[in-house]
Design a protein around this ligand. Structure first.
Ligand code: FRU
Length: 509
């Protein structure tokens, strides 16, 4: 008898005690049990956000990835739903890997497979039990209502990788071509046969039959991305208008494994970078070959933006995995049987070719000023408004002359510090978690701020996960912050004389 994988996952979820774990986040989406990795199929539907994600309900005992599913109306409170994709077909029985969603409307809907508005594309992963040989295929799931999810009967749509590439062929992003009505495009991460990374573009008018257009190329990048790592995971394009120039740009965000640039950063096992150009055919034109990390924290990978219905207004909103490969050694696996979470959704802006990120849920304009504002501080001072709270969001501004200031989260012995340190010439963000319960894969990290970044810190702390945004979001920094389990609040570090210029906070618990 074949195993009922849906029933097995649901049964595992009923045994979960994750929610009772003091480290389980409140406003970040974490798995109900087991392991989470990449966000998948993010979409907005009539004001409700749906997040799917790589979900391993039996972790660490058995490795098998499903698509988990949760939804939220306010991007702060998430409701879990039953897993959406179960890896129980001949083409995905070693895992339903990452992919994306398209939401159809009007005529598109009538022409669509199964006439269903929600179309999900994902990678079916297959490993031969004897030879361990991998086959990767691209597959479709349709949904009429985001409650029922039907695998397309003629899956897989793309049964195997094309000639010239290895079986590392995965993570489809599908979107409607704004330059060619009635046409859809698919971007996939691949490994060439010479073991270098690349991305492939496919095109379709019915979402079922896909024609290979070719590799994504960078004609103006001086060869910068020709031999750039050994595999590209989770490539995605986001179209944004540059605030400074008014130009429409296509931002490519992807995870090139195995790059070692001679620049500050790139400390994580796998990086996530972006570059900016304009997609014409298969060419990312006007991309000069410069690239930068999307997030500078210890834990960040495989982000994707929410898909929308055509014409649905709103900003581009990105969610990342607040984790990275081989980081499953976190305390929560023992205390709560779960590991990893997604970042909060972040609004993307492009300013002069630089990507800025801010939490999509803004701090209320009318939030009262913190009591430390305007006070002269000389030592670490408890922030009264956060006392007793373990999930909160804070915005603080200091005088640009302040030499060293920031936050201490946790208690006196088990804590994380987030500081801005200036030496007159430049300012650095210094994050130190060496005194916390999780120091593997990085304990102290320094990030030099781009010139002109305002001395402003936004910190979103949620029990064991912290996201830091500096200035207008020039720097985003995600970290797991396993401070003392019961510790609440935060202290404002004022090593020198400090008079906070402005600040406000909200609490979530
Ligand atoms: C990125 C990734 C993807 C793959 C998925 C498998 O973290 O390796 O390339 O589809 O995770 O869980």
């Amino acid at each position: 008898m074949t195993e009922d994988l849906r029933a097995a996952a649901l049964e595992a979820i009923t045994r979960s005690h994750a929610l009772a774990d003091p480290d389980y986040p409140l406003v970040h989406l974490a798995p109900p049990i087991g392991r989470l990795n990449d966000p998948n199929g993010l979409l907005v539907d009539s004001g409700t956000y749906h997040a799917f994600y790589q979900f391993s309900p039996f972790h660490p005992h058995r490795k098998l990835v499903y698509w988990g599913h949760a939804s939220s109306r306010d991007l702060l409170h998430w409701t879990h739903h039953d897993p959406a994709i179960i890896p129980d077909s001949f083409y995905d029985r070693s895992g339903a890997y990452s992919g994306g969603a398209v939401v159809l409307e009007g005529d598109e809907l009538h022409a669509a497979p199964a006439e269903a508005p929600y179309q999900f594309f994902y990678t079916g992963n297959l490993k031969d039990p004897v030879t361990d040989e991998r086959t990767a295929s691209q597959c479709l799931v349709t949904s009429p209502d985001l409650e029922r999810f039907d695998k397309w009967p003629d899956n897989p749509l793309l049964p195997d990788h094309p000639a010239g590439y290895t079986a590392h062929f995965r993570d489809p992003q599908v979107w409607r071509d704004p330059d060619s009505p009635g046409s859809f495009r698919m971007l996939l991460g691949v490994q060439r046969e010479d073991l270098t990374g690349a991305a492939l573009l496919y095109r379709s008018s019915d979402l079922l039959s896909w024609q290979l257009e070719g590799e994504l190329t960078f004609p103006d990048a001086g060869g910068a991305f020709d031999r750039f790592g050994y595999m590209w995971e989770c490539p995605g394009l986001v179209r944004l208008t540059d605030e400074l120039t008014g130009q429409v740009r296509d931002v490519l965000i992807w995870c090139p494994q195995g790059i070692e640039p001679a620049a500050e950063g790139y400390e994580n096992i796998f990086p996530c970078v972006y570059t900016v150009g304009r997609l014409v055919g298969t060419e990312l034109r006007e991309c000069d070959g410069t690239f930068a990390e999307v997030d500078r924290g210890f834990e960040f990978y495989a982000p994707q933006a929410f898909a929308r219905r055509p014409g649905e207004p709103g900003p581009a909103t990105l969610v990342g995995w607040a984790g990275n490969a081989s980081e499953d050694d976190q305390p929560s696996i023992d205390t709560g049987g779960w590991v990893h979470a997604l970042t909060v959704p972040r609004v993307l802006t492009l300013r002069g070719g630089r990507l800025l990120q801010q939490p999509a849920v803004a701090l209320p304009e009318d939030a009262p000023a913190l009591s430390v504002v305007g006070q002269q501080l000389e030592t670490t001072t408890a922030i009264r408004e956060l006392e007793g709270h373990r999930s909160w969001r804070l915005r603080l501004e200091a005088d640009p002359a302040a030499a060293r200031w920031g936050l201490r989260i946790g208690d006196e012995t088990c804590y994380v510090t987030v500081e801005l340190v200036s030496d007159g010439d430049s300012t650095r963000l210094v994050v130190d978690r060496s005194h916390s319960r999780y120091t593997q894969h990085g304990d102290i990290r320094t990030v030099t701020l781009p010139t002109g970044t305002q001395p402003r810190l936004e910190v979103l702390h949620d029990r064991s996960l912290t996201e830091v945004f500096v200035g207008d979001g020039e720097i985003a920094f995600t970290l797991r912050s396993f401070v003392a389990p019961g510790a609440s609040g935060a202290g404002l570090i004022a090593d020198d004389r400090l008079v906070p210029k402005g600040g406000s906070a909200v609490v979530y618990d």
